[in-house]
Design a protein. Structure first.
Length: 755
């Protein structure tokens, strides 16, 4: 599988976001569809009218936009000359940086120019131009160019169509939107012209640059066969260090990317077999060790292996680290899964998605594969189970697909030896003395596991060479390695955070394996971007992230579901009452919202606490801690804790996402369950498993939403104190009743902002 992080909107933003001042709107009627026969004439007319009036003080942006206008106007010779001028200007500034953005338009403009002047067929002109351009580039730069060239024509079409639909009701267009529309049309035309040619041209170039060994089989006794692909650069003059990714997905094949960066690229996956079934998590360390030892014996290997990956393949690197083979010299992962920590449960609460996923990855019947991608099927299952009130263990029976692996997981609700043997545990971290890089985000589902690995390594190994990078990233950014837009789900990301995380990983690997200098973003143990401050900061530990903390009490003052986060404890004891009716299933389709920016908050099964306006801007960086003081009529309960900044303009910004999830009986100890005392006043301390960092504005308020977890996509804790997966609605006849006393508090890690 190739990583195509390209999104057309992102490319157009980087190339052509103009800065108009006082420009006049143009008359323009957008066609209804990209299929309109008049579209080429309409867009050519728009470009021709823009050309005489277009202005832009930034010279590089001016040249980029000018070339787009010239191409859409049909003057490819002029466009080719403009892009040559642009390349000359960028030559010095881009020295040492990977190419990519705009290169496809360089090739496209020159090919169209040859088609016009030399009367060559476009396919021949493009092939000649492509080969001339590619032959001058390094493996690394060629890989970057191919990433952009492999974008889907359908994606370009859809983006252009979305802009047309937005413009359609209006009969004028401002010049900024007009340039954006011209770029979108150009992307649509260019990609549908050269997309059919790219694969064969790339294969031809690959044969010149790389040595490829496909489908190497490594048998492991009593385990599924390992399928391995190795790609090495022909330019190598001796043995190479290897980058290994061990996945369960045969389409994950980044071996060429690793080779393009100067390593022996090794992509491996475990065979799905009816005779030896694949079991997630339990034996991956053995498989990883077998591949590492195999690599070290190959004539092209210099004996050093680094494991890399995201999600599950990030976990396999940690599985290898539980009993590391000597050739394993480094680990670099993004949002790695930690079984028993964030999968198949999080905060001790099992997730329905684990049932779906475990069925999918162990399935050996191709006829069933399509059904796993249909979200509507799984939403319907969630709602059916939720309405039925049946025990969580019955999920498979309700769906009609027994799942022994899922049942096995439910039999281990604590972080017991079943989970502990899968990755390093406690003192095993003390013996992990290789460099490690972990990348995650404040809005990344995998953040708890990433922080778990980092904190445990630091706790048990005082000299751990472990680097953590964390910023305003979500799952999609972590998976693709870069932001595809300056806006993430309506939240404007600080410019300094818009970095290529995968390229940063390679810079770190150059440091770990070859002694190169560390990039500045990774100069500390914890490297974090403060949202709103537009700056990276560095700290040696979680404890050093903030100068101190600010305590906020959960004051009962208020009405309904809205109460106060107070800087002072109310001397008069009071409590906020909350009642959850387990038998009410009228909310079977409800799920907590996940938007990062909102104008209002939903208090479904929740109470809300809000602070006074902040007297001055404050930096909040680290893990939120707290102590809940309460009386409850049950022996256990599950909570979600969400934190927001309520800005003076009325917008709520999530400080992390998803919400922190917590089964209170595991708050003190995930290995041993400590039940609550029904009917007695008690206190439970907690530490968030999600870090955040944000510069809170003067006048903003902190908002905490404390929600009891009762939702169709999660295990439901009815509070009997027994095995939660065996409980049913019959155990919930009596509603859950809680009184949150105003001695409850949270502590927010803060530091003053230097003047």
């Amino acid at each position: 599988m190739r990583r195509v992080s390209f999104r057309l909107a992102a490319l157009l933003f980087s190339l052509g976001a103009p800065a108009w001042a006082g420009a006049q709107d143009l008359q323009f009627q957008a066609p209804a569809s990209v299929s309109d026969a008049a579209l080429p004439r309409i867009m050519q007319d728009l470009a021709e009218r823009l050309l005489p009036v277009y202005q832009e003080p930034d010279q590089e942006r001016y040249l980029a936009n000018l070339s787009a206008l010239q191409m859409v106007a049909g003057d490819y010779v002029a466009a080719d000359a403009t892009r040559e001028t642009l390349r000359e200007r960028r030559r010095g500034a881009d020295s040492g940086r990977p190419v990519g953005r705009g290169t496809m338009y360089d090739v496209y403009a020159h090919a169209k120019s040859l088609e016009t002047e030399d009367h060559l067929a476009f396919n021949d002109a493009f092939e000649r131009t492509y080969e001339e351009a590619i032959s001058r580039l390094s493996d690394h730069d060629v890989y970057a160019v191919e990433e952009w060239l492999q974008a889907s024509p359908q994606e370009a079409r859809d983006y252009f169509q979305s802009l047309l639909a937005r413009q359609r009701p209006i009969d004028t267009i401002n010049e900024e939107d007009a340039v954006k529309l011209v770029w979108a049309y150009l992307g649509y035309e260019a990609y549908r012209s050269f997309s059919p040619l790219v694969a064969s041209l790339e294969a031809k170039d690959d044969a010149r640059r790389y040595l490829t060994d496909d489908e190497i089989l490594i048998p492991v006794p009593q385990r599924p066969t390992l399928h391995v692909r190795v790609i090495r650069p022909k330019s190598a003059t001796g043995p190479l260090a290897a980058l290994l990714e061990l996945s369960i997905d045969p389409s994950r094949n980044f071996a060429k990317e690793y080779a393009a960066h100067g390593y022996a690229g090794v992509a491996a996956y475990m065979e799905r077999s009816r005779t030896i079934p694949f079991v997630p998590y339990q034996h991956d360390g053995e498989e990883a060790r077998a591949i590492i030892l195999w690599i070290a014996k190959q004539p092209w290997s210099d004996g050093r292996v680094a494991m890399v990956g995201e999600g599950y393949s990030g976990f396999t690197a940690w599985a290898a680290a539980a009993h590391p083979a000597p050739p394993l010299k480094a680990i670099a992962t993004s949002a790695p899964v930690a079984p028993g920590i964030d999968r198949p449960m999080v905060g001790g609460i099992f997730e329905n998605s684990a049932y779906r996923w475990s069925l999918q990855v162990t399935n050996t019947n191709p006829a069933l594969d399509a059904g796993f991608a249909d979200d509507s099927v799984w939403r319907a299952l969630n709602e059916k189970w939720y309405r039925s009130g049946r025990p969580y263990r019955d999920l498979g029976s309700i769906f009609g697909r027994p799942n022994p692996i899922f049942i096995r997981w439910l039999n281990h609700p604590s972080y017991d030896r079943f989970w502990q043997t899968m990755v390093p545990f406690r003192e095993q971290f003390a013996h992990l003395n290789i460099p490690v890089l972990t990348t995650t985000g404040y809005f990344d589902e995998g953040e708890p596991a990433a922080l778990y690995y980092f904190s445990q390594h630091q706790r048990y190994n005082a000299h751990a060479d472990h680097t953590l990078l964390i910023g305003p990233y979500d799952d999609n950014v972590i998976q693709h390695g870069s932001l595809t837009s300056p806006v993430l789900r309506d939240y404007a990301i600080d410019p300094v955070a818009r970095i290529d995380l995968r390229e940063l990983r390679y810079q770190w690997l150059e440091h770990a394996l070859k002694g190169a200098a560390l990039p500045p973003q990774l100069s500390g143990r914890i490297n974090y971007e403060v949202m709103g401050a537009n700056e990276w900061f560095h700290a040696p530990s979680f404890a050093a992230l903030a100068a101190g903390s600010q305590k906020y009490y959960l004051d009962a003052a208020g009405s309904g579901t809205s109460h106060r986060l107070s800087r002072r404890k109310n001397p008069k004891l009071a409590a906020t009452a909350q009642t959850i009716r387990f038998k009410d299933r009228s909310d079977a389709s409800w799920l907590p919202p996940s938007d990062l920016i909102s104008r209002s908050l939903v208090t479904h099964d929740a109470v809300l606490y809000q602070s006074d306006p902040l007297p001055k801007a404050t930096r909040m960086s680290g893990l939120i801690t707290g102590r809940l003081d309460f009386v409850v009529n049950k022996m256990d309960m599950d909570l979600d804790i969400a934190m927001y900044e309520l800005r003076s303009g009325g917008e709520y910004l999530r400080l992390f996402n998803p919400a922190d999830e917590l089964r209170l009986s595991y708050a003190a100890d995930r290995v041993h369950r400590h039940l609550l005392k029904a009917g007695e006043r008690q206190q439970v301390a907690f530490t968030s498993e999600r870090m955040t960092s944000c510069q809170l504005e003067q006048g903003s308020r902190l908002v905490m939403v404390l929600r009891v977890s009762k939702r169709p996509d999660r295990e439901i804790n009815y509070g009997t104190g027994g095995d939660v997966s065996d409980e049913s609605m019959a155990d919930g006849r009596v509603p859950l009743k809680i009184r949150w006393f105003n001695d409850s508090y949270i502590e927010v890690p803060v530091q003053p902002i230097p003047r």
